[in-house]
Design a protein around this ligand. Structure first.
Ligand code: GMT
Length: 388
């Protein structure tokens, strides 16, 4: 039997998909018998009362600074943790500034340093990591860490281009979904969603579309209501929005201006949205760019077809037959795809089945945790042989 590993997982606890993936992975590794520490500024809610040990990073503030020294605080915490717990491997999520923190900690620890593995997620490569202010340090640190992963082939290509890394240095391990939490309901009950609009329990007025995001500009959230307004010329669809962020108010204002304000319900941040999502007729994903799209995967696992833009790694997630992807920004084509997708009950049911089957076959948590485990052991073995 192979010995359990002592692993430290570093993540931003509240940064959308990467925080979810890091937390779930920490839990999955812990369930497989590894000793797992989660290093973050706050404990993600999902990890309360689990076997994962929380290591809170304290970031000092001072009137002297405009910005708190987060990267150095992570490095210092890793140094202290590695000395206290003999950590074998540190798995850092999101390269900025975690790759630099890892490098710094490894320098201080010297030969006793754990193996540093960084998972790149998205804008840490395409925006921040590639930014002239951060590029030199990020590229240097990534080049030196023992292992690198991306959730999609698309992001691997972006990382190769941005940092001059050899493709073989980067392992693609797709993100994953909790197939029990996100599952089709025994019986779809559209009334559950209609109730969100204050309707009675009678027949729902029409199909309900769903969207979950942090409403940042990269999600192009205004396109959501542009699409809805076009869909409603044919089908009396409505839209539920989950999440919050800088563009949410603008989305609601645009919906009113388009005359579809009453057909949009913004629920804000909701941890318990899985039970609602499962009753939706379609998930809208209008992102400008997306290395993967965890929210789209959660929809597929729930048996909800995805209608969105063909960008980044999204086609690696939303495969043939589980929705429709159109060119970025083509709101007319997207509206057309939604109308076609929700109007034919048999075709819709087939898409829902394909979506769930794809999530089960390719994106289960078990499969991903196993792949990470194999990769970690490979990295550690290669390091022992001195080849990394
Ligand atoms: O990079 C970001 O903008 C944030 C990041 C996150 O923490 O959610 O999103 C990225 O990582 C997710 C998890 O791997 C992916 O599902 C998202 O597609 C990716 N976002 C972008 O590429 C814009």
């Amino acid at each position: 039997m192979t010995a359990p590993l002592r692993i430290a997982v570093v993540c931003y606890p509240a940064l959308g998909g990467s925080g979810v993936i890091a937390s779930e992975l920490a839990l999955g590794l812990c369930d497989r018998g590894h000793r797992v520490h989660l290093v973050a500024t706050a404990l993600p809610e999902r990890l309360h009362a689990t076997g994962v040990r929380f290591e809170q990073v304290a970031v000092p503030t001072s009137p002297v600074f405009d910005h708190a020294p987060y990267g150095e605080a992570v490095a210092s915490h890793l140094i202290e943790l590695a000395r206290r717990e003999s950590i074998d491997l540190v798995h850092l999520h999101y390269a900025v500034p975690h790759a630099a923190s890892a490098l710094l900690a490894a320098q201080v620890l010297g030969a006793a340093a754990p193996a540093m593995v960084v998972t790149l997620h998205g804008t840490d490569v395409t925006a921040l990591g590639a930014h002239p202010s951060l590029h030199a340090v990020t590229a240097f640190a990534l080049e030196r860490c023992a292992g690198l992963t991306t959730p999609s082939h698309y992001l691997r290509g972006q990382a190769v281009d941005a940092f001059g890394l050899a493709p073989a240095r980067i392992e693609v391990i797709p993100n994953f979904v909790d197939l029990e939490r996100f599952a089709p309901p025994g019986r779809r009950d559209p009334g559950q969603l209609a109730a969100q609009f204050g309707d009675g329990r009678g027949d729902p007025a029409g199909p309900v579309l769903f969207h979950v995001s942090n409403f940042r500009p990269i999600k192009r959230p205004l396109d959501l209501v542009e699409v809805l307004a076009r869909v409603r010329r044919t089908v009396p669809a409505r839209l539920i929005l989950v999440g919050d962020g800088p563009e949410r108010a603008a989305v609601e204002a645009r919906a009113r201006a388009l005359g579809v304000g009453d057909a949009v319900r913004a629920l804000g941040r909701r941890r318990d949205f899985a039970g609602l999502l499962a009753h939706a007729d379609g998930f809208l994903l209008t992102s400008e760019s997306e290395s993967f799209g965890v929210a789209a995967l959660e929809a597929l696992a729930s048996g909800v077809p995805v209608f969105g833009y063909r960008v980044g790694g999204v086609p690696e997630v939303v495969g043939e037959g589980c929705g429709t992807l159109v060119a970025r920004g083509d709101v007319d084509a997207l509206a057309h795809a939604v109308v076609a997708g929700v109007s034919d009950a048999r075709a819709h049911a087939a898409m829902a089945d394909v979506a769930r089957a794809r999530a089960e076959a390719l994106f289960s948590m078990n499969l991903a945790v196993e792949r990470y485990e194999i990769y970690f052991r490979h990295v550690l073995a290669a390091r022992t042989r001195g080849s990394l």
